[in-house]
Write a protein that binds this ligand. Sequence first.
Ligand SMILES: Cc1ncc(C[n+]2csc(CCOP(=O)(O)OP(=O)(O)O)c2C)c(N)n1
Ligand SMILES: [Mg+2]
Length: 584
Amino acid sequence: MAVTTAVSLEEPKVAPARYGAQALIQLMVAQGVEYIFLNPGTDTAPLQEAIVALRADGQRVPEVVPCLYENVALAGAHGYWQVTRRPQVVVVHVDVGTQNLGGNLHNTQRGQAGVVILAGRSPYTVEGDVPGGRDRSIQWQQDQLDQIGIVRNYVKWAHELGRTDTLYQLVPRAFQIAASEPAGAVYMTVAREVLMGPMDGVSLEPASRAHPAVGPAADPAAIEQLAEWLVGAKAPLAIVGQPGRHREAVAELVKLAELLGIPIADTRGPVNFPSSHPLFLGGEAHRELSEADVILLLDVDVPWIPRQGGPSKGARIGQIDVDPLKTTVPLWGFPVDLPIQADTAKALPQLCAAIERLAGPERRAAFEQRRASVEAGRPARDRRLADEAEQARSRRPIAVEWLAAALGQVVSDDTIVLEEAVTNSEVIRRHLRRDEPGTVLSSGAPGLGWALGASVGVKLAAPQREVIAVCGDGSFVFGSPVAALWAAQQARAPFLAIVLNNSGYRASKNPVLDLFPGGASATANAFPGVRFATPPDYATLAQSCHAHGERVEDPEQLLPALERGLSAVRNGQAAVLDVILEGI
Ligand SMILES: Cc1ncc(C[n+]2csc(CCOP(=O)(O)OP(=O)(O)O)c2C)c(N)n1
Ligand SMILES: [Mg+2]
């Protein structure tokens, strides 16, 4: 696997920074930052000035993506990370801007997204003798006892940049920590006095030495043990979460699966395994889970939900995970007999090699037989899916099965689909074939409002690829569409958003029915807070943000509308299709 290195400060030549904010920008460039997702305030002024001044001096500076809401900024950096695995910078205004990062901060944690967040903080000084000192009443109000405390639970590392002469260590360190696995967000605060502090003679030198830590391969003895279990297994099963975040892991998992004839159950993260591969079970593996004698967990947070069923008591469970203990999750008690901490992309070839060594001709014949028998189930499953889509094709209101199948017809192999479809996620994933690594992405976590902003970041990272966000109507609104569509336009990062409009929060209605079957809500058909009785017109909203917007109600119009949306995107305009489904 390629080891990413920071860009050397020596190339291109940079003039010495004059003040702290210039040094910060130069250090970011040295770390490979191409974009700053910015929502500015009174305390970020020196950064804004530094970008303009450095550019005027002919120096390289990151592009600014203006974000009208901070959760969009953070999602943008998250999406960019998912494509490049290079942390970008999010700049927000003091405590209030930090709070608006909202649920997307949670998503960086659980989705393991490396991003660097920089927040202003109230100036330290009040008398007017230090440049940058307080000059507005809000700077007393925004001064908090513990601004970092707002994010501490969610970030890997946080620090106040209190001096100009340690920036050269702290800024590269921030990037190094964010990008090292398990990747995540880091957070820094900085006051105007530091941003304006003179840099005369202060060094920026060691920036090129802060590389992300190289991830571990697996312990050979542990791999040998796991291989023995798998070689002897009668009904093995692999359950995968996000090994596909490293694209090279996908091909390694295919090799393992084909060697062993082991089916792959997937929990709807990135592409971990090609969905058209006959060993791919998707999320429907309840029977396989209950019958498995050896289970392999690969970078998965929640392998099953105990009250819906689980493995047999005697099943042996091995785990390969960069974070096997999940120490940031208080209650995590899934049984694991052999937890192995490793980078899955490195451990899978080790595991394959050990299995090849251990398995004699008899076992290999058994592997092949098993592979044939698992694969034999695939054509019938494919036929069922095709029937399901065909029957859904003319249903009114539009059925999600048909939407998913239609989407499958318009995407190309390398289109990147961002999926935030909530209760429709399973159907979308079932019908939408994605085989190329990196061609489906999810936030990896339940903080809604990720897909729109993330699409902007994904498009910036992959400008030649088509980018499609598929989200619930609730998720669309959580994604701050005005801010996200406008950022897309400003940054020339157009994407297509498909709104699965079921007039509300089905995910917030279902639990009422589950917990109170036949209860008062069910009887009265009353579900406070979940139905959008008079939903906004998302197509008009899109148009007001310079995007193409269409409302689609006729199933026959779905394909042409998708084509029109994609054509708008090809012409540089973001597009929103408001697809009207059955209301909840
Ligand atoms: C930021 C945030 N707020 C609230 C929730 C709780 N929540 C989970 S699913 C959901 C409804 C999502 O609605 P929609 O996107 O329309 O999908 P649907 O449930 O209709 O499929 C809500 C409000 C959440 N996960 N994240
Ligand atoms: Mg909905």
